[in-house]
Design a protein around this ligand. Sequence first.
Ligand SMILES: Nc1ncnc2c1ncn2[C@@H]1O[C@H](COP(=O)(O)OP(=O)(O)OP(=O)(O)O)[C@@H](O)[C@H]1O
Ligand SMILES: [Mg+2]
Length: 292
Amino acid sequence: MIRRFVPGLKRFVQVRRTRFHSSESPASVVSGETALNIPAVVELENLEKSYRLGKVTVNALRGVTLKLGQAEFMVIMGPSGSGKTTLLNIIGTLDKPTSGRALIDGEDITIMNDGQLTKLRRHKIGFVFQFHNLIPVLTALENVELPLITSGIKRRVSRDRAMELLRRVGLQDRTDHLPDELSGGEQQRVAIARALANHPRIVLADEPTGDLDTQTGFEVVQLMHSVAKQEGSSVVVVTHDPVVAERADRLVEMRDGRITEKVRERLAGEKHTIRAVEPLPPEPGRSLSQPN
Ligand SMILES: Nc1ncnc2c1ncn2[C@@H]1O[C@H](COP(=O)(O)OP(=O)(O)OP(=O)(O)O)[C@@H](O)[C@H]1O
Ligand SMILES: [Mg+2]
């Protein structure tokens, strides 16, 4: 079994509180709750996900209970193989849990049919992947417009919206560039604009800075944070990057398919520094080579 070592990310992070000098919104300290007085957009109840491969069963999720509040910026960290992508895929309706409930805006997505899920995904969820997944033959503008056009939005409206988003991510001068005529950070900014195009309730990002250098990754996350807050979208970011974790309203740690700790709930006037610690050894039979 090959452990996937990502340079600079071999270590897992843990968090300690220190003073903070910004006026970020307060969040709950109650496990499984959203930030104080914030309505839940996503509610997960005792989610389990098992994969059966021949005689081996992998329990990727083992009872995850979690709420995501409106406009909350949640970061999930954890060792490779701990179930982060599995969890994100279930919230994104790309995969179904083996048991448990998952609600988006109060609707149970685990009992929806494919047609209902496609519609929900199109209107309520935006995705940002590690490798931006932009369509290479479409310009930046056309990539951002695409989800709007497939949702039936009129061309003029979709173009205005796409232009506005590209402006907000600082790419108003790159609208006619094809993806391979953009830098990695610019491509990821286009991907953020695309994810936000349909005014999604939730943006899901799986290691969005994994392919970027530290400074560019920091700028991309800052941007995702500020644009999502302006739009009122909730965000779940999976990352190994402590810099991303610094933006979190709530930082959640996963290990072996469980949420082991709400390691940070941002409180008014407080910030937390992050320190690296060694990961736990993997469970016997657990593959750590799963790609994202
Ligand atoms: N389609 C699948 N079939 C079988 N096992 C799977 C499948 N997808 C994931 N797994 C297993 O489930 C566990 C959780 O995988 P997941 O991809 O969610 O981990 P992760 O926390 O995202 O890891 P990483 O940080 O490496 O991306 C792993 O042990 C993995 O091998
Ligand atoms: Mg993953």
